[in-house]
Design a protein around this ligand. Sequence first.
Ligand SMILES: Cc1ncc(COP(=O)(O)O)c(C=O)c1O
Length: 398
Amino acid sequence: MNTRDIEKIYREFVLPTYSQASLCLVKGKGSRVWDIHGKEYLDFFPGWAVSGLGHCHPEVIQAIRHQAGKILHIPNNFLNLKQAELAKEISEASFPARVFFCNSGAEATEAAIKFARKYGSESGRYEIITMKQSFHGRTLAAITATGQEKVQKGFEPLPQGFRYAEFNDLDSVKRELTDKTIAVFLEPIQGEGGINVATEEFMAGLRRLTDEKDLLLMLDEVQTGMGRTGKMFGYQHYSIEPDVMTLAKSLGGGVPIGALVVNRKVKKEVLTPGTHAATYGGNPLVAAASLAVFRAIRKGKLLSHTVEMGEYLESRLEDLKKRFPVIRKVKGVGLMRALELEKPGAPYVEGARAKGLLINCTQNQILRIMPAMTVTKQQINKATRILKKVFSEAEGKS
Ligand SMILES: Cc1ncc(COP(=O)(O)O)c(C=O)c1O
């Protein structure tokens, strides 16, 4: 089989919901991946932020193998040892909390929305304020929470009860408040929206506002969670703690898992038996993998490594910016970085891929560069050398 054969099967048998590159990856190790023809790439957007530890981290692989030999799945009406351990682990890494497990980021968003609605049901409040340029997933409620019309178009009528505010603008949030508001839901750093980092002032203002009005402050940490920013969770860069937090992507180190993490200070018992469920949610296999992710971060001291590598990457990207006027801005925190360009980014992504580097473009002009937390200085040097060549060649052409 070659790439063309696989593309042919796709054309016939797979619904075309993704625009895809002609690239079939079959093997990965850390920040390196190989395609079906044996060509090696440096992966600086591993698994769309799922493979936060890099591909096939040995600790995760070992945990999956071990668990697969014991039991893969048990239903959630029985006790699940690995799930219990994982919930405790998440709580210890964040705030005193209780956790609901599901299978993806969008499902975690759904769970957060249902949680907020149920929380407000007695007082007749159901509206959730989300941010423009946000991204929360692709289910019907998640696209409605997402403050971007492009993901909603054609799927109307959308569920009611969402209002959109400007990111980093507390007055804009206040303008969207009504007597029906129950929650504010946002990413601490907007990922798909272009690596927009929330300010301390905004986050602290939101915490004050939500406390004053008895609203839930809910954070989507699907992309920012699990160490990517150099702290275990994005909110830990701020002076605040959320009432509710959603997780997915890196949480499973490559296997599908999502979580709704509810702060114990939310006193009301909201999601009671029969109100929400996910058949696979937090099954022994994925929970064992996720526990291994936590272990690997601890053992490898990957948070401090992420801070160090993140600063190094930033300095190398700043060097590129000095050299190439097409780069407007270097953005981000830790290993969640981006280059904002003056021009569409797709040709740069393709140019990098042709030279063996995988990166991503979002919002048309923003190159997302989010290597694994295990990335090395040498790999960052190699990636920035490739980017330099790509920018030089593009400059030569224009
Ligand atoms: C911040 C954020 N929330 C939610 C999601 C949805 O996650 P999933 O694709 O696992 O449903 C994403 C996916 O990119 C995301 O970046």
